[in-house]
Design a binder for this molecule. Structure first.
Ligand code: HEC
Length: 143
């Protein structure tokens, strides 16, 4: 490889990297401006999600009956906390349970809850739980 082509390659890599950097998408959506997940769901409605989580739907138990109020007070350690979780992760998980790709002994408990959720309900629930202040931590800024 010549020196010129190496320089061009380096430049192309730098441009490609800078094109991807900068904007951070897919983080926590601010309350009221919940965007659709990367899986192509409709925009979520936080208020609709809050109501569904508390009351449940036709033949669907209230999410709060296992995950607790605002997804922050699970009835025991088997039930994960949902409050403050990334909306995309929540939506992706719910789609996985509904579609059977997230399966297994404890996942099957959740799959029974998710199997009749619509795309809109998944988007609403994901937007709602992501909007709630939670006690989950991530590894950002640990160093
Ligand atoms: C009968 C109890 C029960 C109910 C009701 C329930 N869940 Fe769950 N949920 C679980 C269990 C158990 C798990 C852990 C499953 C696993 O191991 O993957 C779980 C896991 C989840 C996860 C994955 C969390 C993570 O950190 O990976 C999401 C998201 C979720 N539930 C959302 C909901 C929503 C939304 C509702 C209401 C529509 C709901 N759940 C109702 C029992 C329940």
């Amino acid at each position: 490889m010549t020196k010129t082509s190496m320089t061009l390659l380096t430049l192309a890599c730098a441009l490609a990297l800078s094109a991807c950097g900068g904007k951070s998408e897919g983080g926590h959506a601010a309350a009221g401006e919940a965007k659709s997940s990367s899986a192509g769901l409709p925009d979520g409605n936080i208020d609709a999600g809050r109501e569904f989580a508390a009351k449940g739907g036709e033949g669907i138990a209230p999410c709060a009956s296992c995950h607790g109020a605002d997804g922050n007070a699970p009835i025991d350690g088997m039930y994960p906390k949902l409050g403050g979780q990334y909306a995309d992760y929540l939506a992706q998980s719910l789609q996985g349970y509904r579609g059977g790709t997230r399966a297994g002994s404890t996942a099957d408990v959740m799959a029974a809850q998710a199997k009749n959720l619509s795309d809109q309900q998944i988007a609403d629930l994901a937007a709602y739980y992501a909007s709630v202040p939670g006690s989950l931590r991530d590894l950002q800024n640990v160093n």
